[in-house]
Design a binder for this molecule. Structure first.
Ligand code: CLR
Length: 423
């Protein structure tokens, strides 16, 4: 009998169960924040930003009211919102179909960027975040592994897949727009029914804030994404179209799935804020796929992905999925590492609408981080991540952060002796 909760240990590839990490999550997911409305002061973004042209986000000092109560670690965990697409992919017998759903997953994370023109907190060095979904059968873990430049490493695992990579974002305020260019590669190990594990990789596209000068800041996501199946040689190309002048190109994504000889087998596309479709198009790319319409006689288009509802009135324009993230219910608290983001006081104060407290606490923890660095420097010590190690990827050959699995082992014994007091 196959253990439905078994995952492969990244180091030993032996099967293990993720069930012990369900402890603490018995209460289920959080449905709402304490705060009913965020009531942030409405300050002109341009008024604050105009003196900061050419700077990257880490060098921009902004009032805390420009933040949202998330961090870049949370923004990585948001990738898990549509993880069911990975379960569907693993269930398909045909590798091209699997690629269609993996591509759908890679595109699905952008819907949550809408309406979120706010700065996530920069995670502190060594800050960690765990997020477990017993109801969905996966667990997620991330650690801030570098401060200059800011880099977070993440590892999510489930019975049928492992998803991992690094979040290193190059940001720049260009005056006309604010650009965030994610640099890291994302890896997916998929375990289809036939038992032959596959490796997929892709890089994320550029996110940008436009309309800053005109007072109508809006998020766009644009660029080319290549999702590659290293095991079969099949590739999906997705083109996220920049919004441009025509409103009609807004949110558009269009692409194709090709076999190992680069012959197009599927067309895929739609709107990253709404729906993505795909259909078999032997040898050609159907540019109209994005409308989900199927001309008579042609193969039926399938709906690959649909964005979840965005109820209005959630403070900070968060999605219902992110609302579940910063839950620190007493049961869960006893299981968390002392470095877990849920225990970060400034982010908590922000979430509760206590902006002055958020600002003073943010200063305090950042000052504490600086003091710890000075102390290390004086002692000639080098900081090392606790749960990841940078090494060469066995398949792609590039540097990546290998998860050592130690986090979940320590959690079982509540042994956080290796963790620093960062808050
Ligand atoms: C988009 C989804 C990607 C990962 C990713 C990386 C960087 C994030 C970006 C996402 C969303 C937009 C983002 C950006 C960093 C800064 C930028 C949060 C999550 C915000 C909107 C910039 C705010 C600008 C201030 C001056 C207010 O998988």
């Amino acid at each position: 009998e196959e253990d439905p909760l078994a995952v492969a240990d990244p180091r030993t590839t032996k099967q293990k169960s993720i069930e012990p990490s369900y402890k603490g999550y018995e209460a289920g997911i959080r449905k709402k924040l304490k705060l009913a409305a965020d009531n942030r002061p409405k300050i002109s973004l341009w008024g604050i930003l105009k003196s900061m042209i050419g700077k990257d986000m880490t060098k921009m000092t902004l009032p805390v009211s420009f933040n949202e109560p998330t961090s870049l670690l949370y923004r990585v965990a948001e990738d898990m919102e549509y993880a069911d697409l990975l379960d569907i992919a693993a269930d398909r017998d045909d590798s091209l179909e699997r690629l269609v759903y993996v591509a759908g997953f890679a595109a699905s994370e952008y819907a949550s960027t809408i309406g979120r023109v706010a700065k996530p907190f920069n995670p502190l060095l060594g800050e960690t975040y765990e997020y477990v979904r017993p109801d969905k059968g996966y667990r997620f873990f991330a650690e801030q592994v570098s401060h200059h430049p800011p880099v977070g490493a993440a590892y999510a695992e489930s019975a049928r897949w492992d998803y991992y990579g690094e979040s290193a974002v190059k940001t720049k305020f260009l005056g006309k727009s604010f650009d965030a260019n994610p640099l890291g590669t994302w890896f997916l190990k998929l375990r289809p029914k036939d038992g032959k594990e596959e490796l997929y990789t892709w890089k994320k596209v550029t996110s940008t804030v436009i309309g800053i000068i005109t007072g109508n800041p809006t998020i766009d996501n644009y660029g080319a994404m290549e999702i590659k199946n290293w095991t079969t040689g099949e590739v999906c190309l997705l083109d996220f179209r920049a919004r441009g002048w025509k409103a009609s190109s807004a949110y558009h994504v269009i692409g194709k799935v090709m076999d190992r000889d680069r012959i197009t087998k599927w067309s895929i596309g739609g709107r990253w804020n709404d729906k993505i479709y795909a259909r078999v198009t032997e040898g050609f790319e159907d540019e109209a796929i994005g409308e989900g319409k199927t001309t008579k006689g042609a193969n039926q288009a399938i709906l690959v992905w649909q964005a979840g509802e965005r109820p209005p009135n959630i403070p900070f324009n968060l999605t219902p999925f992110v609302v579940t993230f910063n839950d620190d219910n007493p049961q869960l608290k006893t299981w968390l590492a002392p470095t877990d983001s849920r225990l970060r006081p400034d982010q908590r104060a922000m979430e509760d609408g206590e902006y002055d407290l958020a600002a003073t606490e943010k200063n305090r923890v950042e000052e504490k981080q600086r003091a710890a660095r000075r102390q290390r420097e004086a002692a000639g010590e080098e900081w090392k991540p606790r749960f990841f190690e940078q090494t060469k990827h066995p398949v792609t050959g590039e540097l990546y952060w290998e998860f050592n699995g130690d986090y979940w082992r320590r959690r079982e014994g509540k042994d956080w002796s290796v963790s620093d007091d960062i808050f």
